[in-house]
Design a protein around this ligand. Structure first.
Ligand SMILES: [Zn+2]
Length: 160
């Protein structure tokens, strides 16, 4: 028996649903794509409390770099309690944005996606790098100065 076109489309829809992949018309935006990669990067963070990831796309939407919060590469804390004491380790932690920005040059990135709203210091770094679009996942209660900084520097900020 020959299947009708609608039956074939219905089967295809069920197949795609079972595979848990997106239909072509529902594909991720570049912002969602970059934020998803930033989320994956955050899973590499050693920080037991705050895991942040960042991902930068260039002007052709190619990935320029990813980063997550942590100590400089190769540095291991001398005592175990380092990871348990947030205030002790905070001054030494390199933010995800800084690790990501260290991988490319000024004006190369079109978009930076970060899982958490950048702190004021990172917002200024982003402005210095000439990045005009920032997307983020969650608000940062300790410091939301980035919103004003991005507004001042005409940087588009989108919460996804
Ligand atoms: Zn920061």
């Amino acid at each position: 028996m020959k299947e009708s076109k609608s039956q074939r489309l219905e089967d295809r829809g069920r197949f795609i649903k079972r595979l848990n992949i997106k239909e072509p018309e529902k594909r991720s935006s570049w912002e969602e794509y970059a934020l998803d990669i930033a989320k994956t990067a955050s899973s590499r963070s050693e920080d037991p409390f705050v895991k942040v990831g960042a991902c930068a796309l260039d002007h052709n939407n190619m990935i320029l770099g990813v980063g997550y919060n942590g100590l400089a590469s190769g540095k291991t804390p001398s005592h175990k309690s380092f990871w348990e004491d947030r205030d002790l380790r905070r001054p030494y932690m390199i933010h995800a944005e800084v690790n990501c920005l260290s991988l490319f040059k000024k004006s190369e990135a079109k978009l930076l996606a970060v899982t958490l709203l950048p702190c004021s210091y990172c917002a200024l770094m982003i402005a210095a790098y000439g990045i005009k679009n920032v997307v983020y996942g969650e608000d940062y209660k300790r410091d939301d100065g980035a919103k004003e900084i991005f507004n001042f520097y005409d940087i588009n900020l989108i919460k996804l």
